[in-house]
Ligand binder design. Structure first.
Ligand code: KMH
Ligand code: ZN
Length: 310
């Protein structure tokens, strides 16, 4: 892993997994997403990972127009790097998922590096009442949900986005996804430095044991040497324990309500900024410094905030 003096905080503002009935603090409308993202940037997030939702129902919406309601507002109000999801929702096709990043040409887009079962149905044990019918179906349907990211799907995202100078947050939910990234690197279809986002704790992906985190780093070190920047996210209640371990090991971290709606055991996070503030405290508590957006651009070789299409 490349040595680094500064730690990048990414904030994933709303995502497509949590639903409105789980927390009143999930940003849903374009205004809410913009305000929450801007506050997260002010709290120290250098990168904003963004999804869009239907403003009436909160259902994930991957139309490019759904992103138009907040992208330029965020760009005007912050210097943060905008990262547009190509994961969308695991229920969508890759062609649908890639559209917003292809159109808006952000500095960073996510790129999911392998297929996996994606089970969030265990949340049905916790949540019984839903404001919108789609929420129950969304959870129930994940018993039989494969988040499809075949080699052809990954090639498709690369073909539609790489030519725009967009670079990637390579989302790796398991060790095999690192090998898939190494395969694309070998073919010369992706260029270093690789921004590897290791995801821990989703049902269908790698677990949350400290050994899982160690093994992810060991494997990435062996495959990519100095050619990668490592970032880590822990899903759900594991978010800050994993973030702390990872920062101590030299990683960057991702937080945000996409990944966890909690700030402490049984206590909902009231904003993305609250989680970013906690992430900052962890980094500074370990004697390290938080990277600014421009430092993140330098570390990840990004094209610059003036070269996006919004
Ligand atoms: N929901 C995260 C665990 C994406 O947007 O590309 C994965 C994610 C996918 O962020
Ligand atoms: Zn996402």
């Amino acid at each position: 892993m490349a040595r680094q003096d500064k730690v990048i905080i990414s904030c994933a503002v709303t995502g497509a997994i949590h639903t409105p009935s789980m927390t009143p603090y999930l940003p849903i409308t374009p205004d809410e997403i913009a305000e929450s993202a801007i506050a997260a940037a002010e709290a120290g997030a250098a990168i904003l990972h963004l999804h869009a939702r239907d403003p009436e129902t909160g259902k994930p919406d991957q139309s490019p127009e759904a992103f138009a309601g907040f992208l330029s507002r965020i760009k005007q109000a912050t210097n943060a790097v905008v990262n547009i999801t190509t994961g969308g929702s695991p229920y969508m096709t890759v062609a649908e998922r890639a559209k917003p990043a292809a159109q808006w040409q952000p500095e960073v887009a996510s790129l999911n590096m392998g297929s996996m079962n994606f089970g969030f149905f265990p949340l049905l044990a916790k949540y019984k009442d839903f404001k919108f019918e789609w929420e129950r179906e969304h959870l129930e349907g994940s018993r039989d949900l494969v988040f499809r990211n075949s080699f052809k799907d990954i090639e498709y995202v690369l073909e539609t986005c790489y030519g725009n100078g967009t670079r990637f947050e390579f989302e790796c939910y398991d060790i095999s996804h690192l090998y898939n990234l190494a395969h694309f690197a070998e073919r010369g279809l992706v260029k270093p430095p690789f921004f590897v986002q290791s995801v821990f704790g989703l049902l269908g992906g790698i677990g949350t044991h400290p050994e899982d985190v160690m093994h992810m780093k060991r494997t990435a070190d062996r495959l990519f040497g100095k050619d990668f920047r490592w970032s880590v996210l822990g899903a759900g209640a594991n978010q800050f324990r994993i973030a702390t371990q990872a920062v101590a090991m030299g990683a960057n971290i991702r937080v945000g309500l996409e990944d966890s709606i909690w700030i402490a055991r049984g206590k909902l996070a009231e904003s993305n900024a609250q989680q970013v503030t906690r992430a900052r405290a962890i980094i500074e508590g370990l004697g390290l410094e938080v990277a600014t957006p421009d430092e993140a651009r330098e570390m990840l070789s990004l094209k610059g905030g003036d070269r996006v299409n919004f």
